[in-house]
Ligand binder design. Structure first.
Ligand SMILES: [Zn+2]
Length: 265
């Protein structure tokens, strides 16, 4: 499933179309990626409009068009965004294509857990404005994190890190990386974290998000060898700090890897 940095990578793919008009919209209206969205309005409002800008927050992307069109895309499990040169004929899984004069902006999703939304108005839709604060923003501060951990105090911290209304964009590998850096055991109750642990968690969340965006979000490069991600799935994977074999288990319903020496209960 795409995480923060992968979403950022895909968002940028469409940027070459910023400033250009959409001459035609082709979509598979009956597909479930459009559940709840008005595909006729999307088609009518976006055709002839200009692609103005794009944003990403966590796993959600928002594309703005002249005339007040707001297109929301969530990639789900298998969604991707890409660009095709010239006039383009959509394939079976290319559920949304915005055709411009020189290129086509394509949303493809074979498994269709992704989602396309469309809104019209002067300001960004409510679902966007009311979302959780971005990890890089001022609002993602000690008070926000502390309140969020308290509200989910009886859940393991690993599961809480995956809640998108608190840690937008964090997925399974990022959560393991963050906990390893903050030296917190993944099974620890969220409500049991001390203030220094909370601060370490917030720092590690910011660091992993920022670096993942910079490294992976740019061109899908690999994070440095010193990151846990390289050891997570390897058989005999070890702690990058001192080489002890990693523990593996299921916590909060998700496969988890951690170092029993660095991350004591
Ligand atoms: Zn270790």
């Amino acid at each position: 499933m795409p995480e923060l940095a992968e979403v950022e990578y895909y968002r940028r793919q469409w940027d070459c179309g910023v400033g250009a008009k959409v001459v035609a919209v082709r979509l598979h209206a009956e597909k479930r990626v459009f559940r709840g969205a008005s595909t006729s309005e999307l088609r009518r409002r976006v055709t002839g409009s200009r692609f103005v800008e794009s944003r990403a927050r966590g796993k959600q992307m928002l594309f703005r068009f002249s005339g007040g069109g707001w297109l929301g895309i969530h990639l789900g499990m298998s969604g991707t965004l890409r660009v095709e040169p010239g006039p383009f004929h959509p394939g079976k899984h290319d559920h949304l294509v915005l055709q411009q004069a020189k290129r086509a902006l394509v949303f493809r999703d074979p498994r269709m857990f992704g989602r396309v939304k469309f809104d019209h108005g002067k300001v960004a839709p409510d679902w966007w404005s009311e979302g959780a604060p971005e990890i890089g923003s001022e609002m993602f501060n000690a008070t926000f994190v502390s309140d969020f951990l308290r509200r989910h105090g009886r859940a393991p911290i690993k599961a809480v890190l995956l809640l998108q209304n608190g840690f937008p964009g964090v997925g399974n590998w990022m959560a393991d990386e963050i906990l390893w850096r903050a030296r917190i055991a993944p099974a620890a109750w969220a409500g049991s974290l001390t203030l220094p642990q909370q601060a370490a968690l917030r720092r590690a969340t910011r660091f992993v998000s920022r670096e993942a965006m910079r490294i992976i979000g740019n061109d899908f490069s690999e994070p440095p060898r010193s990151w846990l991600i390289h050891q997570r799935w390897k058989s005999g994977g070890v702690c990058p700090r001192h080489g002890r074999q990693l523990e593996r288990g299921t916590i909060g319903g998700r496969t988890t890897a951690w170092c029993a020496r660095c991350q004591r209960m």
